[in-house]
Design a protein around this ligand. Structure first.
Ligand code: NAI
Ligand code: 15L
Length: 265
């Protein structure tokens, strides 16, 4: 079991789903975010930190044995907003890891690294990047940083291209992309338990019958997701209008992100 696990972006949606459920992964958990976290246990080890502040990130990482890096901008925004959090932030995190004993990192990458593939395409870990916006490009950058730190310094990272992680899938696209929180927690546990991690790309999706993604190249992790979005298909078919088959949300793996303009604010 790990000693201290750091979770960045702990005040966000995904952070809220997992932060109290990592007792089998680490003896203690340090939570961090740029904003205060609602509903936080008053005894929690919460360290406010802007990922764009290199010295603060270095102090944050010191003494941690593993990192789940969720922090940053999580949707399509202007380059000006993505730059400090997702690009400078990833630089600062990996530099802090290098200076503090190379704690293993789970990097929350995204399906938007490959968002411009069609939903009829089937991808594995070697698919060339086809990012669908500045957000996807920032995740592509993060994956490249992780690979360089692995080659140069032996820094291990899991590059988890998360599909859609929420309690239940909400629409047709999520019947392919859904990752249940329980399956994500099981993946986190495998990433920090396996003897040799390396720097694999892993598609963060449950065992969905309609999945587009093949995790054969990271099978050595022993991650076996248990949930299948098919269990929610009837509810979605009954309650959610089916999108036009030529709409971005029905054509591309990245869904509506592929239709986003360049944001300028
Ligand atoms: P979120 O937007 O709810 O949480 C991100 C957190 O990062 C926020 O609490 C925010 O305050 C924090 N943050 C933003 N800028 C920061 C900065 N400069 N310094 C420190 N913290 C900063 O996003 P969510 O849904 O919780 O996602 C977590 C991570 O997983 C994100 O990196 C996202 O890109 C990735 N991801 C999530 C997916 C999902 O289905 N929820 C799908 C694919 C990727
Ligand atoms: C993501 O990368 C986003 O962080 C999340 O908010 C969802 O939109 C998800 O992808 C998705 O594609 O469903």
């Amino acid at each position: 079991m790990l000693g201290k696990l750091l979770i960045t972006g702990a005040a966000g949606g995904l952070g809220g789903l997992i932060r109290d459920r990592l007792g089998l992964v680490a003896r203690s958990v340090r939570l961090s975010d740029i904003v205060a976290s609602e509903g936080l246990d008053p005894d929690a080890d919460f360290v406010p930190c802007d990922l764009a502040d290199a010295s603060a990130v270095n102090r944050l990482v010191a003494g941690c044995d593993g990192i789940v890096h969720l922090g940053g901008i999580s949707t399509e925004k202007s380059f000006a907003r993505i730059l400090p959090a997702n690009i400078i932030g990833v630089h600062n995190l990996y530099e802090a890891a290098r200076r503090n004993g190379l704690p293993r990192i789970l990097f929350a990458s995204s399906n938007h690294v490959v968002g411009y593939y069609r939903q009829t395409d089937r991808l594995d870990a070697d698919a060339a990047h086809r990012p669908d916006g500045w957000y996807g490009i920032s995740k592509s950058f993060g994956e490249a940083v992780a690979l360089m730190y692995f080659e140069k310094f032996g820094q291990e990272s899991a590059l988890v291209r998360i599909g859609s992680c929420l309690a239940e899938p909400k629409d047709y696209r999520m019947l392919a992309t859904w990752l249940s929180p329980e399956d994500f927690i099981a993946l986190i546990a495998r990433v920090f338990a396996v003897d040799k991690l390396g720097c694999p790309v892993i598609y963060g999706a449950s065992a969905n019958t309609r999945s587009w993604w093949d995790n054969g190249k990271s099978a050595y992790l022993g991650w076996e997701p248990k949930h299948d979005s098919e269990d929610h298909a009837h509810r979605i078919e009954r309650t959610v209008p089916k999108p036009d088959r030529n709409a971005a949300v029905a054509l591309y793996q990245g869904g509506v992100f592929t239709d986003e303009p360049i944001h300028e604010d």
